[in-house]
Design a protein around this ligand. Sequence first.
Ligand SMILES: [Zn+2]
Length: 381
Amino acid sequence: MSGDRRYEGYLLLADISGYTAFLTGTELEHAHAIIRELTKLIRSRLAPPMKFVKLEGDAVFCYADVAAFADGERFVELIEVCYFDFANRLQDMTRATTCKCDACKAIPSLGLKFVTHFGSFMIEEDDDGREDLAGPDVILVHRLLKNAISDGAGPQAYAFFTDGCMRRMPTWFSLPRHSETYDSFGEVTGGVYDLQPMLEERRAARRVYLSAEDADFDGRFETAFAPEVVWQYFVDPEKRLRWQPGQTAVTAEPNPAGRMGAGASTHCAHGEGTADGLREYLDWRPFSYFTNRYISLRNGNEGAFLAAMETTEFTPLDGGGTAVTMRIRIEDRSESELRRFLEHEESANMRKLFHLAWIPLNKAIEEDGFLPAEAVAPNGD
Ligand SMILES: [Zn+2]
């Protein structure tokens, strides 16, 4: 069976490097177990929001429809987190093994690279109902795996974005140029993102996390969608606006690096008669949690919300859904202010709104074509 519908979207291959040398060693059993664990990790970090197509030896092939990432930064973030978790897992495996076999000794020599292209493709279904992709752009993204990016002093861990993909990216994302020539495609140009500095930066980033014990407000709801999907609907202003009750406008101010992350902020308006709010992000851990400071802005209604720290956490549930937890700690710890928060209808109102937020959130996510991992009943506090 072959579908004639053409799709447009992101094509991504995540390829474990050092794999051939690794598997030609003698300790095949350990080598295979290590590769299996790493491939499983890569798959789980990319899909969803991407759709897994298949394993191709040491490479994971997946794609996403153009609508899956309203903002290209979320796609970059997905690759960054996948590499971050991969590199950390390698480090853990290296530290944990006491085995002296060739395979286990060679774990640190494994690496991960990504090649990605934005283009069109057809989705074909085989007799078992499994999807596969076809078309010239699909061939091209596979050809990209053979390249000279790591030659000489080139980066070992990288993501290569073709120009087709770069055009979907935010303006801050400018990369060193690279070009390759392939039979029947000619010259293919794009940008190379060195993942090593990103890894070091993420490892060094300060942790700011509000625990349940320290919180004055602790709200929780569940949704059937994966954390990587739900995350977008909290951090993308347009997406957040579509579901968050009481919100009339959200605008984002990126950090000095041009990113949404620590140092970035969002400004939310809540309409006539209420104060606007400013969220300044202090810690940014996609797709696990973010922590921000929240303050009221002066627009004639200042003081309507108390200055606070907030942690919004995304916990994966068995079956693929997400528990979203929001914790708030009021900055002013005086008895009167705490009482004002706890007894004031502000917190009661917020509890009610937050408790029901999964309804419009699920609706927005469904409208964008994401499929729930499985039906999950709402379960708030
Ligand atoms: Zn071993």
